[in-house]
Design a protein around this ligand. Structure first.
Ligand code: DC
Length: 208
């Protein structure tokens, strides 16, 4: 079984995907890490994000076995990831790895922006996780402060709106729900409620 979880930044999709994978004993891939790794490799080398040839080279060299999640999950790397993710050849370079991951025998949960639309259009379950920008900013601010970062909610909201706009308006694989996705709005749900709603959706499909 393939479960595709898509949604905008800080919607809760990562937590839901992780919890679903644990619940069903499936493998989990946070596809945002791939784009983050590309961006970080370029920044670490002192190269520019608008140097397309260099960014594509970094995408072709990405090695998911070497990911350091803590270093990839920073705010700055997320912003940079959203920029490199708009380059079609970067997406093409990361395509096969994601599709092969999805074919895992035990079942797989992938979360990102284009899983249900591009990477796994035939996924058994597609959930598009969303929440109001204000609620997402509130959650992300709490997370950043817990990590010891100095975050102002108004700045975080502005960043989220900018990133949403970039991810939704790019020409290739833009963020939008697949026609057959179940939309899960987590604005008024806590994490347990959101996970329970996602499991209920998987069960609806499994018992069909
Ligand atoms: O989910 P995240 O915040 O880790 O993703 C970082 C950026 O990577 C996001 O702003 C857009 C890009 N991304 C993408 O374009 N497609 C994906 N499947 C996952 C992430």
């Amino acid at each position: 079984m393939i479960i595709a979880i898509d949604g905008p930044a800080a919607s809760g999709k990562g937590t839901i995907a992780r919890r679903l994978a644990k619940h069903y004993g499936f493998s989990h891939l946070d596809t945002g890490l791939l784009y983050r790794a590309v961006a970080k490799a370029v920044l670490d080398a002192g190269d520019k994000l608008d140097d397309r040839a260099r960014v594509i080279e970094a995408a072709l060299a990405v090695d998911p076995t070497q990911f350091d999640e803590a270093q990839l999950k920073t705010h700055a790397v997320g912003e940079a990831a959203s920029i490199v993710a708009a380059i079609p050849d970067v997406r093409a370079a990361l395509f096969n790895f994601q599709q092969e991951f999805a074919a895992a025998e035990r079942g797989a949960v992938l979360d990102g922006r284009d899983i249900g639309t591009v990477i796994c259009p035939h996924a058994d379950v597609k959930i598009f996780v969303t929440a109001s920008p204000e609620e997402r900013a509130r959650r992300r601010t709490i997370e950043l402060r817990a990590l010891g970062q100095d975050a102002r909610e108004a700045d975080v909201l502005a960043d989220i709106l900018r990133r949403d706009e970039r991810d939704r308006s790019r020409a290739v694989a833009p963020l939008h729900p697949a026609a057959d996705a179940h939309v899960l709005d987590t604005t008024k749900l806590d994490i347990e409620g959101a996970v329970a709603a996602a499991i209920a959706q998987v069960e609806r499909v499994r018992t069909r």
